[in-house]
Design a protein around this ligand. Structure first.
Ligand SMILES: C[S@@+](CC[C@H](N)C(=O)[O-])C[C@H]1O[C@@H](n2cnc3c(N)ncnc32)[C@H](O)[C@@H]1O
Length: 236
């Protein structure tokens, strides 16, 4: 029997598969959560804006011409009780009503692109919002046309229920941003990407995340004298 994937790379606690997620998902063990950003079907890979503004060509391609077929989205929802799907508003006809949505506010209104992006959550909780500039992905070193900022995906992982143990699966890994957030959070990660160019970029970014761990460690907050017990009259 032939293998479901074309290549597999194990980098630290991350296992990355090159291939079609529909073929690979049935071969995987149970995961703690799914955090993913599927194609929305809006042709973002060939956006007119990107040409108009002379932005970098990320390889384009046809992958965002259509959203994944309904059975793919339904299969992904069955992978775990804890699922976050970015672009959930493009799949609302396939997803159950949910109390909890995540909002990435891009901090800029009335731009030619959306002010916010929405993620559907399979679990209950309050709607939460993060404001991160859309240019943050450029600072991360943008290599994919719809690359999410690492800060957004790191925040997203923090929204998962505390009991959501086990590896995080991203079946539409793109340039591996969810994987980098997992490295930063010390979580195991399984990523799947169908495009070899983006797969190689994801491997490279995740390798670099492991080799530069200090990048992800916040500098300790400066301690004020009160905290150090050095204030006059304080207990030293
Ligand atoms: C919206 S992008 C993900 C971008 C990612 N969040 C990032 O920060 O780089 C979706 C990705 O899914 C990939 N893809 C599309 N269909 C797929 C499939 N059936 N299996 C695996 N990957 C697929 C596309 O090649 C594309 O890179």
């Amino acid at each position: 029997m032939s293998q479901a994937w074309k290549r597999v790379e194990v980098i630290g606690d991350c296992t990355l598969y090159l291939g079609d997620c529909m073929a690979i998902i049935p071969t995987l063990c149970k995961v703690g959560a799914v955090v993913t950003d599927p194609p929305y079907g809006i042709n973002a890979a060939r956006s007119r804006n990107s040409q108009k503004h002379g932005w970098r060509d990320y390889g384009g391609g046809e992958w965002d011409k259509e959203r994944p077929p309904p059975d793919v989205i339904k299969r992904i929802v069955l992978c775990s009780a804890n699922v976050i799907i970015w672009g959930g508003n493009y799949f609302a006809d396939l997803l159950d009503p949910s109390q909890k949505w995540l909002v990435w506010d891009k901090g800029q209104t009335d731009f030619s692109l959306a002010d916010c992006e929405l993620a559907w959550c399979s679990f209950d909780g309050a709607v939460r919002r993060i404001t991160v500039s859309r240019s943050r992905a450029l600072q991360d070193g943008k290599q994919h046309p719809t690359q999410k900022p690492v800060d957004v995906m790191a925040w997203c992982l923090a929204q998962l229920p505390k009991h959501a143990k086990g590896p995080i699966l991203d079946p539409f890994m793109g340039s591996g941003t969810t994987g980098i957030a997992c490295v930063r959070a010390g979580r195991r990660f399984i990523g799947i990407e169908i495009d070899e160019g983006y797969f190689d970029i994801a491997c490279d970014r995740i390798r670099r995340a492991y080799s530069q761990p200090d990048m992800f460690v916040s500098a300790p907050a400066p301690q004020v004298p009160q905290q150090l017990g050095l204030l006059e009259g304080g207990e030293g």
